[in-house]
Design a binder for this molecule. Structure first.
Ligand code: HEC
Length: 156
């Protein structure tokens, strides 16, 4: 296992198992569309994602601990969360298919509170949302995530 995966497992603690699986799982979507519309992504984020992940991408309180229903709360998408630990393909699948279906594709059984948006949002819209989220990260997180996306796309 590459060193950064081990580090993220250690750093994530309770959410580590899911985080690790998502880092290694995730079908790859070849490329993002040529014309990314970050402004549209932001609007779509507010309409579809902010209710759980927060208007400022701050996530829900105590997101590392499962709630009474056994499900993990919605994590932040800002640099305090682990969204930036995952390559593009994983973020795309998680958004399009929902957490459970995205992980089931990889043979991983995991109850997830993340719904799938494949019926409501086009692929281009999902990429725009992901691009908006990424545009809010500081340079270091963006660089790390870009490297992981490149590695995943290259099958490394
Ligand atoms: C009903 C609440 C809810 C809504 C709405 C929602 N999510 Fe989530 N999301 C969750 C939860 C809960 C998780 C943690 C899932 C898990 O444990 O698998 C999550 C996880 C994720 C993850 C992977 C976790 C990570 O590492 O950050 C991504 C990516 C994600 N959501 C994107 C989105 C996007 C994009 C939208 C809007 C299109 C959205 N979510 C809308 C609840 C929600």
């Amino acid at each position: 296992m590459p060193r950064y995966l081990m580090l993220s497992v250690i750093a994530l603690g309770a959410a580590g198992a899911a985080g690790w699986l998502m880092t290694t799982a995730g079908a790859q979507r070849e490329s993002t569309p040529e014309s990314i519309d970050i402004a549209q992504g932001e609007n779509l984020y507010i309409e579809n994602c902010a209710s759980c992940h927060g208007a400022n991408l701050e996530g829900q309180p105590d997101w590392r601990s499962p709630g009474p229903d056994g499900l993990l709360p919605a994590p932040p998408h800002d640099e305090t969360g682990h969204t930036w630990h995952h390559p593009d393909g994983v973020l795309f699948d998680y958004t399009k298919l929902g957490g459970r279906a995205a992980l089931a594709l990889q043979g991983v059984e995991f109850e997830s509170g993340m719904p799938g948006f494949g019926d409501q949002l086009s692929d281009a819209e999902i990429w725009n949302i992901i691009s908006y989220v990424k545009s809010t990260w500081p340079e270091r997180q963006r660089a790390v995530q870009a490297e992981r996306s490149a590695a995943a796309a290259a099958g490394r």
